[in-house]
Design a binder for this molecule. Structure first.
Ligand SMILES: [Zn+2]
Length: 62
């Protein structure tokens, strides 16, 4: 099974969507800081994973 899931997030700074890859092997809450693919500003991404799936995804300005 592939434990990397690609999800689209919306940049809190410029509003554009871009894809990031999330590792879903471990259940729980993960916090990442990703640079927007469009405006290059950082976005904090809070991800909750369960049973190999992304259960909840929140994005805020970092
Ligand atoms: Zn952006």
């Amino acid at each position: 099974m592939d434990w990397l899931e690609e999800v689209l997030i919306q940049c809190p700074q410029c509003g554009e969507e871009f894809a990031i890859q999330i590792e879903t092997a471990v259940d729980g809450r993960v916090e990442l800081v990703e640079d927007c693919a469009v405006c290059c500003r950082p976005a904090r991404v809070l991800i909750t994973t369960k049973s190999g799936e992304v259960e909840c995804l929140e994005v805020e300005a970092a």
